[in-house]
Design a protein around this ligand. Structure first.
Ligand code: UD1
Length: 314
């Protein structure tokens, strides 16, 4: 039976990967420093081995990959504004730790490392949708760090023969996304505010667009990338292929929650990209991927989860 390592496996996307791997009966190890991840995100999944530690420390990376076949490298400090405020901390988590896990995976003979890349790598180039062959133009330390780590992955394939694949995620949302920080993903912030009867804040005029992607889709894409024959060394968008403005998102969520509030409009955020939308033809071609949960269905599932668990911002 292949052994899977999920770095950041106690976090939002990582815990969904763990859940799906467990459903498939796979053997799973998680490494997480529990800085944003939570033990209880995976407490319901039986027989997961958890190493609590910081991958920016090499010995933690080496312990984590020992005996592993596939690494799903999700661990990161995933926030544009947080990286703008503290580029050094996010650099350590997003680049130093990634280089360590690559070196450790190379030395341990890992079969493939699948890296959680980001749509932010495209930056504000005007052409939509974003195709993997486009030049990158990172606008924030976070975007640059994600791009550097993805290039390290490609380089490790070329230099050392370690198979890697980068999945570029586009604005992932779903259950267990933590709304408790101002840096949280916009959907978690909007839902928790609306459920509490508070007014969400929209940065800018609300006409920024994103390819909001329900978490089950990226879980499917990332797991396909572990074994898909032609994914080795590639960078692949995984998203829905659509785009939705923040104004439309707000109205849809307000209707779903049944709230009566209006948004507050504030200055646009530094480092923000205006529009983002993925071309997913490469994922279809190389991974046999297609979105399994559309935006409306994903938003309804997410609202239902926040309601059931009564998660609100601190
Ligand atoms: C970016 C990346 C995404 C990555 C994520 C990690 C792009 C296009 N996307 O997401 O791939 O996974 O970082 O965090 O770069 N907003 C509000 N009100 C709020 C919060 C946010 O209006 O309370 C707006 C933001 O200004 C932005 C949009 O919502 O325009 C999405 O913001 P957010 O959810 O933080 O994600 P991105 O920064 O787009």
């Amino acid at each position: 039976m292949p052994h899977y390592l999920v770095t950041g496996g106690a976090g939002f996307i990582g815990s969904h990967l763990v859940e799906e791997l467990a459903r498939r009966g796979e053997s799973i190890r998680v490494v997480d420093d529990l800085s944003t991840g939570k033990r209880h995100n995976i407490a319901h999944v039986p027989s997961v081995e958890l190493i609590e530690g910081d991958l920016a420390e090499m010995d933690v990376a080496r312990r984590a990959v020992h005996g592993i076949d596939y690494v799903l490298h999700q661990a990161a400090i995933p926030s544009v504004p947080r990286s703008v405020e503290n580029p050094i901390t996010s650099n350590r988590a997003n680049i130093d730790a990634s280089l360590n896990i690559l070196v450790a995976a190379r030395d341990a003979g890992v079969k493939r490392l699948v890296y959680a890349g980001s749509s932010s790598a495209y930056g504000d180039t005007p052409t939509l949708p974003k195709v993997e062959t486009m030049a990158s133009a990172p606008l924030s330390p976070y975007a640059l760090q994600k791009l550097v780590a993805e290039q390290y992955c490609r380089m490790f394939t070329d230099l050392y023969g370690l198979e890697t694949a980068t999945i570029r995620y586009f604005n992932v949302f779903g259950p267990r996304q933590d709304p408790s920080s101002p840096y949280s993903g916009v959907i978690s912030l909007f839902i928790s505010a609306l459920c509490a009867g508070r007014q969400p804040t929209i940065y800018g005029d609300g006409e920024h667009t994103r390819d909001f992607t329900y978490v089950a889709n990226v879980v499917d894409g990332a797991l396909r990338a572990c074994t898909a024959e032609r994914a080795g060394g590639e960078v692949i968008n995984v998203a829905t292929g659509g785009r939705t403005s923040l104004n439309t998102l707000f109205k849809t969520l307000r209707d779903l929650v049944g709230a009566k509030v209006d948004p507050i409009y504030a200055e646009p955020r530094a480092g923000d990209v205006k529009d983002s939308q993925a071309d997913i033809s490469k994922a279809r071609r190389l991974l046999g991927y297609q979105p399994i949960v559309n935006l409306e269905e994903g938003l309804a599932k997410t609202v239902a989860w926040y309601r059931a668990t009564q998660v609100t911002t601190a």
